[in-house]
Design a protein around this ligand. Structure first.
Ligand code: NAP
Length: 201
């Protein structure tokens, strides 16, 4: 029986916060592997600035290439439509019936989980692993779990340290300033962005 981390994301683009999130959860929760799952259409975001699913998938593949325990799944991209997490976890549980799935999320998404489509199915298929954005988040995450998620059947591991202060929005907004973002994004991902002229008006 393995422990498999799942990171769903728009990954627009993937950055070092995402890979550090996976590494941190892998180490703390003793995961055997982590699967990154780029969305087709994110259920909660507008199309503005959204690069194509093919580019976002390619960037994920580039970002994980030096991590033997990380992989990328195109399950949501192939399914098309809105990428509801309950559907993805249902499919993954069919593929890995004897393994434990850990759905890895940052603080913002964790605080909205009870409003996602069919949250009880999500909580039946996976343990939720939540990582704070700031040191002060942990108490809020714990209280959200006790008040909103646990009553719906969720099992959650709330980790206590933030990984890296970066967002995809910050990367997009500073895409022409490599010196500013070079410690926040994989160099090969950055070269892919430049080569394909992504995130430019
Ligand atoms: P994203 O922006 O690409 O980020 C992916 C994950 O990484 C998020 O959980 C995000 O946390 C976390 N993260 C990014 N940078 C981080 C950092 N520096 N430190 C710690 N955590 C960091 O992805 P997204 O667009 O929010 O989507 C997340 C997933 O939720 C997707 O799979 C989407 O389909 C799913 N979702 C599903 C539903 C639904 O089923 N109804 C609704 C909403 C979202 P934060 O949460 O803090 O941003």
């Amino acid at each position: 029986m393995s422990k498999i981390g799942i990171i769903g994301g728009t990954f627009n683009p993937i950055h070092n916060g995402h890979t550090l999130l996976a590494l941190y959860c892998k180490e703390k929760l003793n995961l055997d592997k982590v699967i990154f799952i780029p969305t087709y259409t994110p259920p909660h975001k507008s199309d503005k600035d959204l690069e194509s699913e093919v580019h976002r998938l390619n960037m994920c593949n580039i970002a994980v290439q030096n991590y033997p325990d990380f992989s990328v799944s195109d399950i949501e991209i192939k399914r098309k439509g809105k990428s509801y997490t309950y559907e993805t976890l249902t499919s993954l549980k069919e593929i890995y019936p004897n393994d434990t799935l850990y759905f890895i999320t940052g603080a913002d998404m964790f605080l909205t989980l009870e409003k996602w489509k069919n949250p009880e199915i999500i909580f039946d298929k996976a343990v939720i692993a939540a990582v704070p954005r700031n040191l002060s988040d942990s108490e809020m995450l714990n209280s959200h779990y006790q008040n909103f998620l646990k009553p719906l059947g969720a099992k959650a591991c709330i980790l206590d340290e933030p990984v890296l202060s970066v967002s995809s929005t910050f990367i997009r907004e500073n895409i022409d300033n490599y010196d500013l973002i070079k410690s926040l994004i994989d160099r090969n991902v950055y070269e892919y962005i430049v080569k394909n002229n992504l995130y430019r008006e």
